[in-house]
Design a protein around this ligand. Sequence first.
Ligand SMILES: NC(=O)c1ccc[n+]([C@@H]2O[C@H](COP(=O)([O-])OP(=O)(O)OC[C@H]3O[C@@H](n4cnc5c(N)ncnc54)[C@H](OP(=O)(O)O)[C@@H]3O)[C@@H](O)[C@H]2O)c1
Length: 256
Amino acid sequence: MNPKGNTILITGGGTGIGRALAEAFHSLGNQVIITGRRKEMLEKTVAANPGMTAYALDIMDGEEIKRFSEKLLKAHPSLNGVIHNAGIMRTEWVKEAKVTDAEEIVITNLLGPIRLTASLLPHFQAANSAFVMTVSSGLAFLPGAVTPTYCATKAAIHSYTQSLRYQLRDTSVQVIELIPPYVQTELTGAAHAVDPNAMPLKDFISETMSIITSTPDVQEVCVERVKPLRFSASGPNYEALFQKFNDSRSGAAAGH
Ligand SMILES: NC(=O)c1ccc[n+]([C@@H]2O[C@H](COP(=O)([O-])OP(=O)(O)OC[C@H]3O[C@@H](n4cnc5c(N)ncnc54)[C@H](OP(=O)(O)O)[C@@H]3O)[C@@H](O)[C@H]2O)c1
């Protein structure tokens, strides 16, 4: 993708990785539009970045996605990129046999991007150059057992992204997957944002933007830190790696 001169929608752009990407693309001269549910987070981000635009959107609501997309394309006919960043991650104990969290995670992380892509694709295909960027996770490739549905949605997003890329191979729409490692944000709460084992957000965004700006035809954006997870399934010791990875994470080892 050309890192400049786009009109980009970033879901979940009021916090964390979404906000940092929004600011990075904004500072490169792109028109950036952010969405999310918490208006105060969107307002704060726009106030700190004059020229950015924000709309409230709950990505769980399929009808709202359709209405929003129509309104968005009327207001911003130059829109040529979307970053499906909004997501939720929750711990689930499968022995409790509850599915409410699982359903919300699937609707937010998987159905949300699928529905929004469907609403925007006809417009993107008519553009000279457009892109769809999904946001998966290193956990798509080596699941953390304490967050089973989250990891499953990220593996599904990886799979969906490949199919989307294949089907759109003869169009002007580039399909990119951003695969973050463990990054300091409030995805699972305040402690996540200060966990020394997580990659500092600034470092993650700087390496990510350097890959995007230096590799126009990039398909998967992998910072160095995520490569061991991204390529874990291709190694001969996957089963042992899975066991060790999960035994080392306190919740999984606690035997829930
Ligand atoms: N941080 C990590 O370690 C890590 C690692 C791998 C992948 N990722 C992925 O990176 C993406 C961004 O996460 P983050 O780490 O930056 O955490 P974050 O700060 O919690 O960002 C998640 C964003 O998604 C939005 N969101 C959640 N549910 C929504 C809904 N129903 N409708 C609209 N927006 C919704 C949130 O805004 P509202 O709550 O205001 O709606 C929030 O802005 C996620 O897809 C996550 O899975 C993160």
